[in-house]
Design a protein around this ligand. Sequence first.
Ligand code: SF4
Length: 272
Amino acid sequence: MEGFNMEIEVKSQKDDEIVFIVRDAEVPFVNAIRRCAMVNVPKIAIEDVNIIRNDSAMFNEVLAHRLGLTPLVSDLDALEGLSLPEDDDWEEYTNGIMFTLKEEGPKVVYSKDLISSDSKIKPVYDTIPLVKLKDNEKLNIESVAKVGYGKDHAKWMPTTVCAYKQYPEITFNDDLEIDYDCASACPRGVLKSDKRSKKIKILDIENCSMCKSCVRASTNGYINVGYRENDFIFRIETDGSMPPKEVLLKACEVLGEKADKFIRFSEEGGSK
Ligand code: SF4
């Protein structure tokens, strides 16, 4: 597209976090990606819980809620072949992954105790405490995990952090006397006074939260903090259920599909 020169640079990437810079983009576009990543990327979570026996002090509803929020492996491999909420057979109890829990106290029941009917789909972390059972207390649960979307429930939201900020910009009024106090006011270590070279150094501009503490601390207005209108620092963290890059790719795919649908709708004269 003419005039569309967006650039993306990955700054860091881990199993559960990706940070990248988007240059030359618009706020609505970046925000649409953010929203799609949060609410339109399919993920697996426990949906139906049948509590056959629960002798613990925890209410059934609370226990079911804890099970629902336990992150389950939901990468592309795990999702393959599973029904999506828009499919006709999604509602069927048998159409999902069965998780059973049969324990007897005294013990703390952890996420690793959930027995899955599919070896690919299991809790991401073994050590999430689910419930504490006292002596002779028993627990017998059957549950079914299904694919869903974050727009329907937070348990299906793969992201724990999905946010962007505009790229910070710090400038100094060189006509004024250097005000070293503004550097020491920064709570994030972005600025450093260097009295020997008579300047304030910017150590890590991308760590600037644009809180403007430095601006307020300066009595003579030596420092200015702003941002670049069309450059963004984007961070995605997941609950471990799927790699953040997969979340991003799926979000872009969903946004593309929505745009295609809109184009088709417009071309057809808005008749459907
Ligand atoms: S705006 Fe806040 S984070 Fe940024 S340099 Fe100033 S004090 Fe530090």
